[in-house]
Design a protein around this ligand. Structure first.
Ligand SMILES: [Zn+2]
Length: 77
C-alpha cells in the first residue's frame, strides 16, 4: 500500500505536481517518491525538498496561529 513506505513503514505524503497527473507519494525519511502502485519512482531533489518544507512550514504556521487563540484561553502553552 502506497500510504506507508515499504522500506521504513513511515507514512507517505501525497504530493501533487500537476492537476492532471496523479500525485506521487513522498516518504520524508527515505526521501523518495512512489507512485500509486507503490513503485519507487525517484529520489526527491533538493529544490523539491525546499519547496515542500516551505509548504509544510506555512501549513504549520497557519495551524499554530489558529491554534494559539484556542490554547491561550485554556492557559495551555
Ligand atoms: Zn521510507
Amino acid at each position: 500500500m502506497t500510504l506507508f513506505c515499504k522500506q521504513c513503514n513511515e507514512r507517505r505524503l501525497p504530493i501533487v505536481f500537476a492537476k492532471d497527473k496523479p500525485s506521487l507519494w513522498l516518504c520524508e525519511k527515505c526521501e523518495n517518491f512512489a507512485d500509486g502502485e507503490d513503485v519507487i519512482i525517484r529520489e526527491i531533489t533538493k529544490d523539491e525538498k525546499d519547496n515542500i518544507n516551505k509548504k509544510l512550514e506555512d501549513f504549520k504556521n497557519i495551524t499554530e496561529l489558529t491554534g494559539e487563540k484556542i490554547h491561550r484561553r485554556k492557559g495551555v502553552n
